[in-house]
Design a protein around this ligand. Structure first.
Ligand code: ATP
Ligand code: MG
Length: 449
């Protein structure tokens, strides 16, 4: 018996071919590589408790997909016929979230297991759910079957279920086949799926980048025809999607796919316009910054959207600030603030950027002219600034991207940081109490149609 590349056996004895959407292919335990050992204890606990209470419960989405690809899943999502309220009754550590798409989160410290209830199939002219544009505005009608649940998912490779009752993998739309061919294909008519939720076009770019998959022609065609609908998506949702694209360790690839598919404008309109005009500096700056961010993530170092956004907007901010310096004789720091005041609203019309990121983003910018002064006590104070490291990294990036006249300055700062007084300032900054932040649990948006 030949093993399929990604852990599914071909010609397997237990597999029953999928004849129609309602009759799935069942891949028996002996014919796939998903093992309970690879599923988190917490996810197993939720799967079993639901099952023991008489409900269906399945692992679904990225968890199954990544395990079949022999990769470590980012998180585990569960699908069940229990309603969110019934899930809540079973788990005292459960909270219900989401309005457009109500979900149960079972919370184990920092680990959150997301449990989604089968939704009923959408019916034609279902005005309560689908808005005039065809976009799904709410989706909270329960009582669906597993087949309905599968149909509502985006890509065939995201629509595979691991059944905790017999350890089989259930495949309604030939997702296992697509996994082996390494191709993204929408479940159902591609254009309709993008119209229902245009964010799926961005998700296509993200999964293609993350998994190194190609896209089926229908996916490419649907994106081309319907991507304009991304301009109707609330900026807060696009911000979250931008984070997933650029802060998951495959930002370089995601950026490339977004550009190929002409979707960058919906996330970073200013950057997109510069790149389209052939601006070599922006090209290099973004390339270096994304590679740098990917490297940091692979090395488990912290990353912040403040830095990525600072990079994306910098060429415009710098150009505009120079204009204010020249034409209105503003000093460099106020000129940057003026430029930022002009440009940030343009970015916020595309994606939101919470204050906790936009404030440090501005600081990275305003520290750039301040870094030109390298003498005396002031320099040491600057090194003690909590944002110094990010601003210095930013300076290095600018230099590498083509502002070669910055090289001597970068060298000076490199040496200054070795100074014992500087080391003390860095240490003091590290130990200084951080400004208090509102404490709230991490937000995750899933299944957000
Ligand atoms: P990863 O967690 O690795 O980023 P994932 O596939 O698990 O990838 P999630 O965003 O965690 O993606 O969503 C879990 C599952 O929910 C998806 O695999 C898919 O089946 C479904 N899903 C999520 N968002 C959508 C959407 N906008 N439209 C349709 N189905 C979706
Ligand atoms: Mg997931």
């Amino acid at each position: 018996m030949r093993r399929f590349v990604h852990g599914i056996t071909s010609g397997n004895k237990s597999a029953k071919p999928a004849k129609a959407a309602h009759e799935p292919l069942i891949i028996g335990r002996e014919d796939h590589c998903v093992s309970r050992k690879q599923i988190s204890k917490n996810a197993l606990k939720v799967l079993y408790r639901l099952n023991e209470a008489g409900f269906e419960s399945y692992l679904v989405g990225g968890g199954v997909r990544d395990l079949l690809l022999e990769k470590a899943p980012k998180d585990f999502d569960i699908s069940t016929d229990a309603s969110p309220e019934q899930v809540k009754e079973l788990f005292k550590n459960c909270r219900l979230i989401g309005r457009r798409f109500r979900l149960a989160h079972v919370v184990f410290g920092r680990d959150i297991i997301e449990v989604a209830t089968f939704r009923a199939a959408h019916s034609e002219g279902d005005g309560g759910v689908t808005g005039e544009s065809g976009r799904i505005m709410r989706d909270n009608v329960y009582g669906g079957t597993l087949a309905d649940d599968a149909y509502r998912r985006d890509f065939t490779v995201n629509g595979l279920y691991y059944d905790i009752s017999d350890f089989s993998v259930i495949d309604y739309f030939n997702g296992a086949d697509d996994l082996q061919r390494r191709v993204l294909r929408f479940i159902g008519p591609a254009n309709d799926r993008v119209i229902e939720d245009p964010v799926r076009a961005l998700r296509a770019a993200r999964f293609a980048a993350k998994l190194d998959f190609s896209m089926d022609d229908d996916v490419l065609e649907a994106i081309r025809a319907e991507r304009h609908r991304l301009s109707d998506i609330p900026p807060a949702r696009l911000f979250e999607e931008a984070l997933k694209l650029f802060q998951s360790g495959h930002g370089t690839q995601s950026f490339a796919r977004l550009r190929e598919l002409d979707m960058l404008a919906y996330l970073f309109p200013l950057t997109d316009a510069r790149l389209k005009s052939g601006d070599a500096y922006t090209e290099k700056l973004t390339e270096l910054a994304l590679a740098n961010t990917d490297r940091r993530i692979h090395n488990e170092m912290p990353v912040t959207p403040a830095f990525i956004y600072a990079v994306m907007l910098w060429p415009d901010v710098a150009e505009r600030a120079a204009m204010y310096e020249k034409e209105e004789s503003l000093p460099p720091v106020p000129a940057i603030h003026r430029a930022a005041d002009d440009l940030i609203p343009q970015q916020l019309a595309a994606t939101s950027l919470p204050k906790r990121f936009s404030v440090p983003m501005r600081e990275i910018w305003t520290l750039q002219p301040r870094l030109r002064k390298t003498r005396g006590k002031r320099a040491m104070q600057l090194i003690g600034n909590p944002r110094f490291r990010a601003a210095y990294d930013f300076l290095l990036l600018r230099c590498e991207a083509g502002e070669e006249d910055l090289a001597p300055l970068c060298e000076t700062w490199e040496k200054l940081q070795q100074h014992p007084e500087a080391q003390a300032a860095i240490e003091a900054a590290r130990q200084a109490p951080r400004p208090s932040r509102r404490k709230r649990p991490p937000r995750r948006r899933k299944q957000s149609t």
